[in-house]
Design a protein around this ligand. Sequence first.
Ligand code: PLP
Length: 372
Amino acid sequence: MLTRRSFAGRVGLAAAAARLLPEMAYAQRAAVSGGDLPKDMVWLNANENPAGPPAVSLDAMREVLPTSGRYHYQEFQGIYEKIARSEELSPEQIVTGCGSSEVLHTGVDLFTSPTKPLISVAPAYEAPIDIARALGRPVVLTKLREDYTADVKKLAEEADKAHGGLIYLCNPNNPTSAMTKASEIDWLVSNMPRNTMLMVDEAYLHYGEHAEMKTALPYVRQGKDVIVTRTYSKIYGMAGLRVGFAAARPDIIQKMAVLRMNVIPIMSARAVVAALGDQQNILRDRKATLAKTRKDVCAWLRERNVKFIEPHANFMMVDTGRNAKEFIAAMPKLGVAPGRPFPPLDNMLRVTIGTDAEMAKFRDVFWKVYKG
Ligand SMILES: Cc1ncc(COP(=O)(O)O)c(C=O)c1O
């Protein structure tokens, strides 16, 4: 017999499993297994930044390390202030998290329900979709258009059909690296069905060069039903430091903050604050480095008539012309680890844009497998 207590225990366990899910699942999916992997493996599987944290952030972490025996709680208001001001927001408009993963989870948790689905595209970044499923919330995934972009009208239609829900839009999208134009996001915000929240994941926004790729933060400043998530894991090169934030109207942030685990580690917080002190230069230089390498890889693929989705992030999807599983299995043995499979785009290989040297190795290994 299922007593009330054992039922509560099971629900508690399910909720705990849901919270643990991304770290476990993504570590596992990103892992390239096998005992005889090359020691000098080039890792192009997790969209990290090979540059790592900026030098000013490394200095800031060294400085605070000896005092990390203290909680440093009194510092956090100032830290939130600096993060918020870096995007022309107020501290009441942001909540930080353990990477953007945490704030994506709270967004899904709060704005979906057993009757209000998570609505996104297939394929999109899986964490919000997995968390919704683990929490027993319905998930509706719409088809991408022919050019691999999200169909915002379809997203709105699905939200309307369900009488509300959470639209999750990753811009640029992971894994496709395709972007949603500012004009389309504008249409979506102006045509949001009732009881609907839009969550725009801008993990890779800083890598975009297209004039129509713009942040959705102005909608937050205007007080719309929009949440924007950002991370320091990608262009800032701090994936292991685990800092991200959500930006939204203060009443939305208040609801999200209640579910927040705790403050972020002081070393990570100081690293972020130090980087924000030189934000413009760091972003400009890192974007320029990536854009050049990305352009070179695209030119190389074009010369060989290999198709790919026009990339707007620090990764791209290459059409292998066959099931990409063969590449995913063969490339690590030759020293390059690409991304995992992303159904329904079964022929596509996702590769992170690394350094020029790493991409030279990618070209070598890719071509060997491509030619068979
Ligand atoms: C689109 C997207 N959003 C969010 C995340 C989560 O990253 P983090 O928790 O490190 O901020 C990732 C990680 O790869 C991602 O690709």
